[in-house]
Design a binder for this molecule. Structure first.
Ligand code: HH2
Length: 283
């Protein structure tokens, strides 16, 4: 059995625990590592979001800036231009809660005003205004761990004890957001698979995901099509990582993670439904 937590996002209460929730990735960027360019047009983005909800997405996560290793930051005006019309359109057409994947408070504020209810922040609040934006917008919040910056984060990252360090970082970020007035039941945590971590770091964090679950906040994990899966599968390309992604999502479902962030919503939803029936039923 997985303990039940309520994650408040806007006026919605997402029940985390009885089943694994699926966050569908919608990158409205020309350059994201696996789906860049595919959903860049507004119509294509809305169609894909509707499809993802039909496929089982509980949350749709819209991102306008790629944070893949080696990527350059996007000017804020460009990020706003990419994200806000899509969020507005989705808020009108999609029943699932909409999340905005941004590290900028300005983008978060505009997206919340346009109808998003979650801010997914890969920097866990490096923008000094971010916690204020989340509090004022009554948003749900994902605080993710990243070592360094996307441009350079994969240059030989070093930890003494990656699980302990990431856990302590996230614990401290929940506390910092709380001190800034963000209610604790609005905050989720994410170990940031692939963000300043090598293969062994990623595997350790996945192996010990129970350490994060023990922090009593919803745990979000984004393994989808990431490089570590390719590395484990004889350098499989991004379009050859579906089975590996399903494997990781199933592991996470069995170990009590609350939300998996994935591109392949249909396949992963179906896999975690089966795992949940085994791992999360009472008795
Ligand atoms: N991973 C990516 C982006 N945002 N957010 C959370 N909370 N957790 C993650 O693991 C995570 C994330 C990177 O993946 P993707 O969005 O597919 O690629 P890109 O950054 O190139 O757009």
């Amino acid at each position: 059995m997985v303990s039940e937590l309520v994650w408040r996002v806007g006026d919605v209460s997402l029940v985390c625990g009885p089943r694994t929730l699926v966050m569908g990735v919608l990158n409205v960027t020309p350059d994201s590592f696996s789906d860049g360019g595919r959903f860049f047009g507004e119509r294509a983005a809305v169609d894909r979001a509707i499809e993802m909800v039909d496929e089982g997405a509980d949350i749709v996560d819209v991102g306008g800036e790629s944070t893949r290793p080696g990527s350059d930051p996007v000017p804020v005006a460009e990020e706003l231009r990419r994200v806000i019309p899509v969020v507005e359109n989705l808020a009108a057409h999609v029943a699932a809660p909409i999340s905005v994947d941004t590290r900028r408070a300005e983008v978060a504020r505009a997206a919340l005003a346009a109808g998003a209810v979650i801010v997914n922040d890969v920097t866990a609040g490096r923008d000094p205004e971010m916690f204020d934006a989340v509090r004022e917008g009554r948003a749900g919040y994902v605080a993710m761990h990243m070592r360094g910056e996307p441009k350079t984060m994969q240059r030989a990252p070093v930890y003494d004890d990656v699980v302990a360090e990431v856990t302590e970082f996230l614990r401290e970020r929940v506390e910092a957001a709380g001190l800034a007035g963000v209610e604790t039941d609005r905050i989720a945590i994410d170990p940031g698979i692939g963000f300043g971590k090598d293969l062994e770091h990623n595997l350790s964090l996945l192996r010990r995901v129970d350490t994060l679950v023990a922090l009593d906040r919803p745990v979000v994990v984004g393994p989808s099509r990431k490089r570590f899966i390719g590395t484990l599968l004889d350098d499989a390309g991004e379009d050859e990582r579906l089975e590996g992604t399903i494997g990781v999502a199933s592991w996470l479902a069995a170990r009590g993670a609350h939300v998996v962030r994935v591109h392949d919503v249909l396949e992963v939803s179906r896999a975690v439904r089966v795992v949940d029936a085994i791992a999360r039923a009472p008795g």
